[in-house]
Design a protein around this ligand. Structure first.
Ligand SMILES: C[S@@+](CC[C@H](N)C(=O)[O-])C[C@H]1O[C@@H](n2cnc3c(N)ncnc32)[C@H](O)[C@@H]1O
Length: 311
């Protein structure tokens, strides 16, 4: 499956995606089983790393619909895809609305859809976006910057119970109650405005002083907040429905997830659809990045890639 892929294209990946290294590129391209004149959608364009690989496999009849809800990323991706503009359509939208996008473009059936979930290094490494607990920045975390609700709004206005629930459900954070209590106590003195203020509050709320495992003790809370701000799991559920409906017979759906909450949703939905004969599982177990890839791109270590084919 992987052998069909052109290795030279992969070697150039790092240049094109600038600060973001695309995860499992060979597996994505092989998984999509690309037809030169096919119609594909990349619902998570980012800086266009995967899209550039897909587009370079298409001939002049092939089409790629490039979707991202982050306008900044979309603009940068256009630059990275400048040699393929005749094959690409760029849409600034949430992938949960893929069905409306296809309808508008009068596209009725697709040969493949890719979702590479979460945020890119381009977003994570920009302190202004407030995604990283390692950089001082405003509590923002909105992928779509026209969205009204930011992390600041959730942290400073939700009740202790609501915050606790978010940290528990979306971060699987053991100390969710303590952290929520710490947030509410601190914000009664003044609003919590920055990533480092929040990190400090989390650290103070924990019953231990030193991190016990590899990940930073605030990682789970930050993940939870990001998922809540961007309503990521709801978007994924809707996109699974819309995506499957949009595929033609033999069309492929490839999804890369980065944490167990996402992967659980994808796994259960794909299994359910396979049981009723709507799709065929192309891989029974999720594909994982190779050790080489993890060494070269540590961010890839938690990636799980699942593939189904519409039958
Ligand atoms: C991991 S990055 C994708 C990187 C890309 N595959 C590449 O190779 O450069 C995920 C991208 O998906 C976008 N995204 C996440 N959730 C989205 C959603 N619900 N709708 C549209 N875009 C979304 C993010 O803004 C981000 O740019």
């Amino acid at each position: 499956m992987i052998g069909q892929f052109n290795d030279r294209v992969v070697e150039r990946m790092e240049d094109i995606s600038n600060q973001h290294i695309s995860v499992m590129p060979r597996e994505v391209i092989a998984g999509l089983n690309i037809k030169k004149d096919g119609i594909y959608a990349d619902g998570t364009l980012g800086l266009g790393g995967h899209s550039k690989l897909i587009a370079s496999q298409l001939d002049e009849k092939g089409r790629l619909i490039c979707v991202d809800k982050d306008l900044n990323s979309l603009e940068r991706a256009k630059e990275n895809l400048k040699d393929h503009l005749n094959k690409c359509v760029f849409i600034n939208e949430d992938f949960r609305n893929m069905d409306k996008v296809f309808e508008k473009l009068k596209i009725h059936e697709l040969d493949g859809i890719l979702l590479d979930l979460g945020i890119s290094s381009f977003q994570l490494n920009n302190p202004e976006r407030g995604f990283s607990l390692r950089m001082q920045g405003p509590l923002d975390m909105r992928m779509d910057q026209s969205n009204q609700i930011s992390a600041y709004d959730l942290i400073n206005s939700l009740s202790e119970k609501e915050l606790s629930q978010i940290f528990k459900d979306y971060g699987e954070e053991r100390w969710h109650q303590r952290i929520a209590k710490g947030v509410v106590q601190n914000r009664s003195r003044k609003p919590i405005e920055t990533t480092d203020e929040l990190t400090e509050i989390i650290l103070q709320s924990l019953p231990y002083k030193k991190a016990k495992d590899r990940i930073h003790p605030a990682t789970r809370t930050f993940q939870a907040l990001r998922i809540a701000v961007n309503r990521e799991l709801e978007a994924l559920e809707v996109a699974l429905d819309n995506g499957i409906k949009a595929l033609k017979m033999g069309g492929r759906f490839v999804i890369i997830s980065f944490h167990s909450l996402e992967d659980r949703i994808v796994k259960h939905r794909f299994k359910k659809l396979a049981k009723v004969g709507t799709v065929k599982l192309i891989v029974k177990k999720p594909l994982r990045p190779s050790e080489d890839e993890i060494r070269n791109n540590p961010r890839s270590r938690s990636a799980r890639l699942r593939i189904v084919e519409r039958v």
